[in-house]
Ligand binder design. Sequence first.
Ligand code: SF4
Ligand code: SF4
Length: 96
Amino acid sequence: MKPYLREKKTFGFDETPENTAFEAGYLVTVNSGWRSIKPVINAEKCVGCMQCYLYCPDGVISVENKKAQIDYDFCKGCGICSKICKLNAIEMEAER
Ligand code: SF4
Ligand code: SF4
């Protein structure tokens, strides 16, 4: 096995990783240092449909009380969540 490939694991529904804080989370090092834009959630528009959660490649979105939240330590600013949200509840803004 090549060193960058992880051992394949399967999870039960209740064990599915929810975010990077989950013990089986894949990201262990903060990777947001090079981010130039970041997603900002409009809580008034968000209905907690979890589409952004499902599509985020880094697994850094969690949904609590039907509102999405982003772990900015690990968000790389790819913008996929913003594209996938049908309610336009996620705007990409420049880092300051
Ligand atoms: S896809 Fe949009 S509406 Fe759905 S949880 Fe994410 S931000 Fe909220
Ligand atoms: S910008 Fe990319 S990495 Fe950050 S929360 Fe959205 S989909 Fe995930």
